[in-house]
Design a protein around this ligand. Structure first.
Ligand code: UDP
Length: 238
């Protein structure tokens, strides 16, 4: 089968361009920390509660507090209604988000406690796990919890033969020339530029993979600016 080359994005973006972003903190005043992060039509909300004493007691760690992430998509976040409640996908995303955030959050000052991070997706157009991680990192910083650095997250993918940043649902779908699309969520730390999470679903060559990382780094720099601006503007007392 002849291979199509993806030369024009459905929404006219450059291949390296992130969808328009907005970010806010303090969106839930009663929470210890909260934030929202939007890219295009994908929206994530993160709410932080804690640190508070962890129950049951046998789950406590006397050396450190524990981060606990709960990710979920709202039933009407996509056209086909999603069944409420946890499923395999949401449990996987909660776990990988926890790993990514654990690499920067330092809860050693809060032994025997838990910090809960609830991530909700009211509107999904692909890239929800990375949007959720961006919102959660901001919400943790907004809560004033000790963080060694921030994290920023982006999906970089391959559509047919072309590498693209921040795929939307149309691009993330399997309609392409038979190879389908590859989506690679990447989470980068802000200062040391280390990879806090990388997931690969699909096929990609080593050279393409290196380019994916470079594209991810540039995009994460843009995202970090948006996160930091929101944190600077949104004091806890707003
Ligand atoms: N999606 C959906 N129904 C589902 C799960 C996902 O319609 O039950 C859509 C949604 O737009 C999501 C996209 O598929 O953003 C891609 O999902 P994926 O599992 O790749 O995770 P994401 O890209 O959101 O992190």
């Amino acid at each position: 089968m002849a291979k199509n080359i993806y030369t024009k994005r459905d929404d006219g973006r450059k291949m390296t361009e992130v969808r328009p972003m907005t970010a806010k903190v303090g969106i839930v005043p009663s929470a210890d920390g909260s934030a929202s992060f939007e890219t295009g039509k994908t929206k994530a909300i993160a709410v932080v509660r804690g640190p508070r004493t962890l129950h049951p007691q046998h789950m406590q760690n006397a050396k450190t507090g524990i981060l606990r992430v709960n990710y979920g998509m709202m039933p009407f976040s996509v056209e086909d209604r999603i069944r409420p409640g946890p499923n395999r996908r949401s449990e996987e995303i909660s776990k990988v988000t926890e790993w990514a955030l654990n690499s920067v959050v330092d809860l050693t000052g809060f032994p025997n406690t838990v910090v809960d991070v609830f991530i909700q997706i009211p509107q999904a157009d692909a890239g929800t796990r990375v949007a959720g991680i961006n919102a959660a990192a901001m919400a943790l910083a907004h809560a004033g919890l000790p963080m060694k650095q921030m994290v920023s997250a982006i999906g970089v993918g391959k559509i047919d033969q072309t590498l693209v940043v921040d795929l939307d649902k149309f691009e993330d779908s399997e309609f392409h020339d038979g190879e389908g699309s590859t989506d690679i969520p990447i989470v980068l730390t802000s200062r040391t530029k280390e990879i806090a999470l990388l997931q690969l679903d699909g096929k990609i060559s080593v050279d393409e993979f290196k380019e994916v990382i470079e594209m991810g780094k540039v995009a994460c720099d843009d995202i970090l600016k948006v996160q930091m601006e929101a944190l600077k503007n949104g004091g806890k007392d707003e």
